[in-house]
Design a protein around this ligand. Structure first.
Ligand SMILES: C[S@@+](CC[C@H](N)C(=O)[O-])C[C@H]1O[C@@H](n2cnc3c(N)ncnc32)[C@H](O)[C@@H]1O
Length: 220
């Protein structure tokens, strides 16, 4: 599992942002020590409720928290993501996992999450996250129809969407934006970006061909 290869240890406190249906929580119940903690944060209520009833009741160190924030594609709510108070103590996390969530956020929300998460992670903690990187190669592949997702529309040359409606069904970013919001918040790249095959480019590692671009940062 890439998380273990990336440095996740059994005694880590884990924060899983956009924990969904517990896809990662379930295997982690067999990996994390009972004295470690896992917190999953999710904006859709039903999966949080399912995870609570089916995982938390057997593994009380696994907590699932519902935050009712608006995301145009996922959740209708009046609470803006940038107004969220994440229900996690400061300096809680040794490892933050955020799979396929920045790929559904507008830039102001991504920026807000990175800032908030920089307060929740310990110095030296690891932040594993995925993005869609928009560069010359992915743009050419999208234009040639080789990509699974098309994000060719932009108004700011930072965030790229399928159309001018700016649905968060998928959002891609310039690498310079990702690098700058991470650096502003003390996150340093721990290894080269693991480019996925989502746009039809040859994946850098052995990941599935549809994989997103994987980043591993360390909090300095
Ligand atoms: C593509 S799914 C990935 C789910 C999970 N991370 C996984 O790998 O199985 C994206 C998830 O992020 C959640 N999400 C979207 N915006 C969010 C936000 N601002 N905060 C927390 N979760 C969010 C969605 O509700 C959805 O469950």
């Amino acid at each position: 599992m890439d998380l273990i290869y990336s440095g996740l240890k059994p005694d880590h406190n884990v924060l899983d942002v956009g924990s969904g249906i517990g896809r990662v929580a379930l295997p982690l119940t067999q990996y994390l020590n009972p004295t470690s903690h896992y917190i999953g944060i999710e904006i859709i209520f039903d999966p949080v409720s399912w995870c609570y009833e089916n995982i938390h009741t057997r593994y009380p160190n696994f907590e699932f928290k519902h935050v009712n924030a608006e995301n145009p594609y996922y959740n209708d709510s009046k609470i803006k993501q940038t107004k969220l108070d994440l229900p996690v103590e400061e300096n809680y996390a040794d490892f933050i996992f955020m799979n396929s969530v920045f790929t559904h956020l507008h830039p102001e929300d991504s920026q807000y999450y990175v800032r908030e998460l920089s307060k929740k992670i310990k110095i030296g903690g690891l932040f594993w996250c995925t993005w869609f990187i928009i560069d010359d190669e992915s743009t050419a592949l999208m234009e040639e129809g080789m990509s699974r997702y098309d994000m060719l529309w932009t108004s700011d040359e930072i965030a790229y969407y399928p159309t001018s409606e700016k649905s968060t069904v998928c959002v891609g970013y310039r690498l310079s934006f990702i690098e700058s919001i991470m650096a502003e918040n003390g996150f340093v790249l721990e290894r080269p970006v693991d480019m996925g095959g989502w746009c039809g480019r040859k994946p850098r590692s052995n990941t599935k061909s549809i994989a997103q671009d994987v980043f591993l940062f360390r909090k300095s």
